[in-house]
Design a protein around this ligand. Sequence first.
Ligand code: NAD
Length: 499
Amino acid sequence: MTAPINGRHYLAGQWHAAAGETFASTNPARLSEAIGVFPLGTKANADEAVAAARRVFPSWRRRSRILRAELFDNLAQIVKCETDKLAQLMARESGKVITECRAEVVEGLHMIQYVFGTGRMPMGDVLSSEIAEKDAFMRRKPWGVAAVITPWNFPFAVPLWMLGPSLVEGNTVVFKPSEDTPAIGQRIVELFEEAGFPPGVINLVHGEAQAGEALVRNTGVNCVLFTGSYEVGKHIAEISASIADRIVASETGSKSAVIVCEDAKLDLAVTSGLISAFKTSGQRCVSAGRILVHEKLLNAYAEKLVAVTRRLRIGDPLDSNNFTGPLINKSAVEKVERYNALAKEEGAEVLLQGGRMIERQYADGCFLSPHIYRIKHGPKTRCIREEVFGPHLALIPFKDNEEAARIYNDTEYGLSLAVITENYRTMRWFRDECDYGMGYVNLPCIGAEVHLPFGGVKKSGNGHPSAAGLIEAVTHKTAWTVNHAEEVKMAQGLTTEVR
Ligand code: NAD
C-alpha cells in the first residue's frame, strides 16, 4: 500500500505543513485506506496566498506572453511522463475508474497544449477608425489575481481549464481544490513548480468552505473562477456583488437529458443513454438524470436499457474492466437513496431497483447500484427536476417533438442535451428550442473537448464558459487608439477648434 501523502499549502513558492487543524482524504472504494492528511486552510492562509499572488502579479504580467506560454510546454512534457501515476492517484482518491482517470489526464494535457499554442496566437484585434490617420486596437489585459475553486469530480481537468487560461493571460492565481480530492490538487501544483512557474504565480490553499469563502471575501481577488454546486455558486455571486473590481465565472449543476425520438436507432440510443446516465456513477455535471423517450419506443427502450444496465461491472476503480466505481462519499450515497425513495412517492414505476452494494468486495466502500424508473412528466415532480448526482435515472414518455422540448426545458437548469434521431428537421427543432450550453446529436450528453466552449444557462452557469472559452472571463478588453496625424482629429465630426 502507498504511504499516505503529507498535505501542504503552497504559498509564495514555499511548502507549508499543517500548523493547526487537518483533514483526511480516503479512498471511496475502501474507506479504511488513507490517501493523505491535509492542512485545513484558514482565513489567514487564504489572505497570505492572495497577498503572495498580488505581489508577483506586476512582474508576471510584464513577462512576454510567449514566454509565459512556453512554461506550459514544460508542463505538458512532465504530464505526459506522469499520465499513469496521475491516473492511479485520481482513481484511488476520487473513485473514478482508471480508464476515465486516464482520459481525464489526457483532457488536462490537451488544455495545457492548447494554452501553450495560444501563446503565439493573436490576443486582440486591429480595428478601423473613422479617422484615416488613427490606428485602433482591441487589446486584452489580465484582471489581476484569480481564485480558482474546484469540485471533486474532475479534479485534474477542471482546475487546468481554469489555471491554464488565467496564467497564460498574465493573471496570478490561488487554487483551492475540493476537500474530497486534495492529493490530486496538490500534485497539480507540484507539477507547475517542476515546470518552472515562478514563486507566487500559483499558490495552493487546502481546505473546506471556510478557506474557499475567505478567498471569495478577500477584496484582493479580482476574479473568482468557480465550478461546483449551484448553491455554493450563488453564495459566491452574492458575496461578490458587493465587491468592486470583481468578476465571477460560475459553472454549476444540471438535470441534463437525452431525447430519444421516434425514428431513433435503438442500439445507438441505448448506448448513448447508458453512458450519459451511469458513467462516473452519474456524478458528472452533465450526467443525464432524465431520458425522454417517444411513447411508441418506450417499452422496447426500457427493456433493453435495463438489460444492459444489469450487466454493468461495478467495482474497484483500479480494475480497467469495471465500467464504474463507487460514489465519492457516504453522504452522496445517502442523498441518492433519498431521491430513489422520493421517486417512488412521486409515482415512479421502478424498472431496476438501485441500492447499497454490501457484498464483501463492496462492504468498505461507497458503492451504489443504478436505479431506473419510468414516470410521467408532472409540473411539481421533484425527482425529474432536481440534480441527484448519482446513478438515478428517470425514463419519461413524450408524444411529439413539441412536448419533448417543453419537458426538457421544464427544469431550472440548462447544461447538456443529446438528441437521438435520423431526421435533420427534428435535430434542428431541438437545437433551437432547448436551453443548454452543450448539445449533441446521436451521441451521449457527455464528452467535452477543451477547444469547445463548456458552460450552461439558467442555474447551470452564469455565461462564462470554461476551458478555451474562459479567456473572456480572465481578461478585460481595452481599446487602444493611436493618432498619426500632426493635429488632433476627432470622430463623429467633433470640432477641435479652440478659440
Ligand atoms: P461543491 O459546491 O460542494 O464544492 C465545490 C468547491 O466549492 C469545493 O472546493 C468546496 O470546498 C468549495 N466551497 C464550498 N463552500 C464554499 C463557500 N461557502 N465559499 C467558497 N467555496 C466553497 O461541489 P462538489 O460536490 O465538489 O461538486 C459537485 C457539483 O459540481 C455538482 O453540482 C456538479 O454538477 C458541479 N459541477 C459542475 C461542472 C460544470 O462545469 N458545470 C463541472 C463539474 C462539477
